[in-house]
Design a protein around this ligand. Structure first.
Ligand code: NAP
Length: 257
């Protein structure tokens, strides 16, 4: 089997870093994409290298068409072949906390560009590459990182919820459209995970998790929890499943009375 290589968007910090490190532990080389935090991206690269795998940091705003094309070109130049794309990079709503009737188009557009348009067109570019190169015995897939906001309403980050909800349908559309090329597509749906994104609201979630009964599994999710789910899918153990959503949320999605 050929050496396997993955692009993980937003791998400089948080969940993306957790995914990159878990993949590296499983033998993957990793393209560590980031937006602006080069020092954090370099640290992820070093930690992948310590695990004995090749890594390269590539700055690219997934919300920009030009950057997406450059990311794919540079990734192929660095790794030769790409066998896995993890669409992880995402931002919370710039207008988070505003009343619904005051959400701006600027916030909506930015969230959609990064969280939805980016994954859609990056998947297209990477799938084009995959469809034009032989698989060489490697299972190939695209994993989209959505959120419990795919189905749970938070009015305070309305546009974020809408962007994540669309990832569910995007996963199914690509699963059907890419099956003929032997590319499986999955939606990994995290719950409340400790990262910079949730650092500002950690007191609120601490209370909800430890006193409010928010989660059947009463602890914060860790980036590695998401990483392990992605790695399991990317390994090809679910080769006859595509378009599925895997919750990594401590059981948050289960309706309870
Ligand atoms: N944390 C949670 O509880 C949670 C729950 C459900 C879903 N999620 C989803 O999981 C994903 C990762 O979240 P996180 O908590 O790890 O976030 P985070 O700690 O804020 O990290 C965000 C990562 O995405 C990168 N990024 C941001 N905008 C980008 C852009 N335009 N282009 C390329 N990279 C970009 C950042 O790069 P820089 O370091 O260069 O800024 C960073 O690596 C997101 O899609 C998020 O919606 C998170």
């Amino acid at each position: 089997m050929a050496q396997r290589a993955a692009i993980v968007t937003g791998a400089s910090r948080g969940i993306g870093r957790g995914i990159a490190l878990t993949l590296a532990e499983g033998g993957w080389d990793v393209v560590v994409n980031y937006a602006g935090n080069a020092a954090a991206a370099d640290e992820t690269v070093e930690r992948v290298a310590e695990l004995g795998r090749k890594a390269v940091a590539i700055q690219a705003d997934v919300g920009s068409g030009e950057d997406r094309q450059r990311l794919v070109n540079e990734s192929i130049a660095a790794m030769g072949r790409i066998h896995l794309l993890v669409n992880n990079a995402g931002i919370t709503s710039p207008d988070r906390g505003k009343p619904l009737l005051e959400f701006s188009e600027a916030s909506f557009d930015r969230v959609m560009d990064v969280n939805l348009k980016g994954p859609f067109f990056l998947s297209q570019l990477v799938a084009r590459h995959m469809s034009q190169t032989p698989a060489e015995g490697v299972f190939r897939s695209i994993v989209n990182i959505s959120s419990l906001s795919e189905f749970a309403v938070s009015v305070a980050r309305a546009d974020y919820c809408v962007s994540k909800s669309a990832i569910g349908m995007m996963t199914k559309v690509f699963a059907v459209g890419l099956a003929e090329f032997g590319i499986n597509v999955y939606d990994v749906r995290p719950g409340v995970v400790a990262s910079d994104m949730t650092a500002g609201v950690s007191d609120k979630y601490d209370k909800l998790i430890h006193e409010g009964g928010l989660l059947p599994i009463a602890r914060w999710g860790q980036p590695e929890d998401v990483g392990k789910a992605v790695a399991a899918l990317a390994e090809g153990h679910f080769a006859y499943s595509t378009g599925d959503t895997i919750s990594v949320d401590g059981g948050f999605h289960i309706q309870r009375l």
